[in-house]
Ligand binder design. Structure first.
Ligand code: OGA
Ligand code: MN
Length: 219
């Protein structure tokens, strides 16, 4: 089996993922992603960070885009299929997209994702992933890439209840292989300050929200 065909996650976990999305709006899988794939993606992101090839992440889209270090402190690079590892990750998300569409009729039609590097001290305050006035980001995914993340490393992603955004319902450690998936418009979440450099891939399944002559901006 070629590397590209080797599954990046076990298909047997999909029914659990889909049930969790339906029942509670979110899913967390530990050891969900293939270890070797996480290793390759982590190395690729570390090299980009060393070369200063990452861009400071902002909030808002199109004309509303702005840098707000008081809200988020990560630096990003959009996946562009440049490496085999990126292609494997995107293939796997394509598979997940097909499964979600079949099981839930979500009409997801594309996926976008970026590497995110959180330097020590960085965080991302509580937010929803869909932009104001547009509901085009339907399902969010986060894949974690950090091998041997220590218990006191910080940088957990906290998930809050969709009907009481003050109530914490789950926490994900950014340990390599962990994977989170949730409803983008409904599930508030936050990244706690990290003590160590922290690597993840955040991605979104989208519905096309272009209306009439108004083109939905890509990002
Ligand atoms: C995001 C996000 C979470 C994480 O980029 O929107 O919430 O754990 N990321 O990296
Ligand atoms: Mn988010």
């Amino acid at each position: 089996m070629s590397l590209l065909n080797r599954p990046a996650f076990a298909a047997s976990t999909l029914p659990t993922l889909i049930d969790a999305l339906v029942e509670q709006g979110w899913f967390i899988g530990e050891n969900f992603l293939d270890a070797e794939l996480c290793y390759d993606l982590h190395r690729e992101l570390a090299q980009m960070a060393e070369r200063n090839a990452l861009a400071a992440a902002g909030i808002g889209r199109g004309d509303e885009h702005q840098l707000r270090h008081d809200i988020r402190g990560d630096a990003i690079h959009w996946l562009d299929r440049e490496s085999l590892a990126q292609r494997r990750y995107l293939e796997a998300m394509g598979e997940l997209q097909r499964e979600l569409n079949q099981a839930l009729f979500l009409g997801l039609f594309e996926y976008e994702a970026h590497f995110a590097h959180y330097p020590p001290g960085a965080f991302y305050k509580k937010h929803l992933d869909s932009f104001r006035g547009r509901a085009n980001r339907v399902v969010s995914t986060v894949g974690y890439l950090n091998p041997d993340w220590p218990a006191d490393g910080g940088g957990e992603m906290v998930i809050f209840s969709d009907d009481d955004s003050e109530r914490e319902v789950a926490r994900v450690r950014p340990e390599a292989g962990n994977f989170a998936c949730f409803l983008a418009e409904r599930v508030p979440h936050e990244v706690l300050p990290t003590r160590l450099a922290r690597a993840s891939i955040a991605g979104w399944f989208r519905r096309n929200a272009s209306l009439g002559g108004l083109v939905d901006p890509a990002r």
